[in-house]
Ligand binder design. Structure first.
Ligand SMILES: Nc1ncnc2c1ncn2[C@@H]1O[C@H](COP(=O)(O)OP(=O)(O)O)[C@@H](O)[C@H]1O
Ligand SMILES: [Mg+2]
Length: 329
């Protein structure tokens, strides 16, 4: 294990999707890192590339998706070059992911028990573990996610359970493999609005209790503010801004982040399904210069139209890709 190095480090990542007719260059020089024990938020409107980034980390992009440049390290493991076996091991034992469409993660023809035991078996390949140990672990995980009557739930089929209950099971299963890092991709998208905040809080509490690191993707800006230490703001396949959470929300630097906060009704705990009306970027033909310039209140300068802004370190640990903060301005 490394000493002070980050747990996860993504450097200068480029990802494209290729269809028969088109190539979409989505991630464009994306760098992020997560330190041990850190909770990192990833925000930005739909189509910004958040899911693409998380799926790239675990190497679970759809077949049209290709990583064309950059590097991804999990501790000292080079995830883009390591063996398939090593990658599987990391997915099974170190890094768990709650996918954006979590209900699709449950197989309708197997009981919760079948599915949880399979995950737990891979996560705990130990000769001294028998089936009843695994069942006890599954029950503990269900209790962790505050599922009432876990014995009954364990023997149920997904369709016999409510959406909120299935969501908790998906979280429990992700936690089974997330010994160190949890990637939570809009973990409350498909569930009833009234319990979204409750589920996010549950995830936050469990991450805390188990001492995990986390990347949280969510539109619920008020909760991201509460639950994370640092935030990356994505726009059009780029990281627009990176900052400690409180600094970002108190004094957003990038015009996109300023807009995002202005349009978010109130930074209260209630989740916002959509903070800002999304105007999707055409990744076949993205804007030249700064990708945000066509929507930016300050974007009519020549430099904005022509030059992609490099990340500028405004203060220690605080980066913004915007010409407003460039040298000499
Ligand atoms: N399977 C795919 N094939 C082609 N393009 C895709 C595919 N998945 C995502 N994309 C493109 O990548 C862009 C970013 O998508 P995504 O990573 O899901 O964004 P986010 O999670 O921020 O909403 C989308 O706007 C879309 O154009
Ligand atoms: Mg997404």
């Amino acid at each position: 294990m490394q000493g002070a190095g980050p747990l996860l480090s993504v450097k200068n990542l480029y990802v494209k999707y290729k269809s028969y007719w088109y190539t979409y260059h989505v991630l464009d020089d994306v760098s992020i890192n997560v330190k041990l024990g850190e909770k990192v938020g990833l925000i930005g409107e739909s189509g910004a590339g958040k899911t693409t980034l998380l799926k790239s980390i675990l190497r679970v992009l759809p077949t049209q998706g290709k990583i064309t440049g950059g590097e991804i390290f999990y501790k000292d493991v080079d995830l883009l070059r390591c063996s398939k076996q090593r990658l599987l091991e990391i997915r099974r034992k170190n890094v768990g992911m709650i996918f954006q469409d979590p209900l699709a993660a449950l197989n309708p023809v197997f009981t919760v028990k079948d599915q949880m035991l399979e995950v737990l078996r891979y996560a705990n390949e130990r000769a001294d573990m028998n089936k009843s140990d695994l069942i006890n672990m599954a029950l503990d995980l269900l209790r962790d996610t505050l599922i009432p009557d876990p014995e009954r739930v364990l023997n149920s089929y997904p369709f016999q359970l409510s959406g909120g209950m299935r969501q908790r099971i998906v979280i429990a299963m992700a936690l089974a493999s997330a010994r160190e890092l949890l990637l939570a991709d809009e973990p409350t998208t498909n569930i009833d609005v009234t319990i979204q905040a409750q589920i996010l809080k549950l995830i936050g509490d469990l991450v805390e209790k188990k001492g995990l690191s986390m990347i949280l993707v969510s539109h619920a800006l008020g909760l991201v503010r509460k639950m994370t230490d640092r935030v990356y703001v994505m726009y059009g396949g780029n990281i627009a801004e990176e900052a400690p959470t409180s600094k970002l929300f108190n004094e957003p630097l990038h015009p996109y982040m300023q807009l995002l906060l202005k349009t978010a009704p109130k930074l209260v705990e209630s989740p916002l399904t959509e903070g800002i009306k999304s105007i999707p970027i055409d990744y076949r033909n993205p804007p030249t210069g700064c990708v945000f310039h066509p929507r930016c209140p300050y974007g009519d300068q020549e430099v904005c139209r022509k030059v992609k802004p490099p990340p500028i370190e405004v203060e220690k640990g605080r980066f913004v890709r915007c010409h407003l903060y460039g040298s000499g301005s």
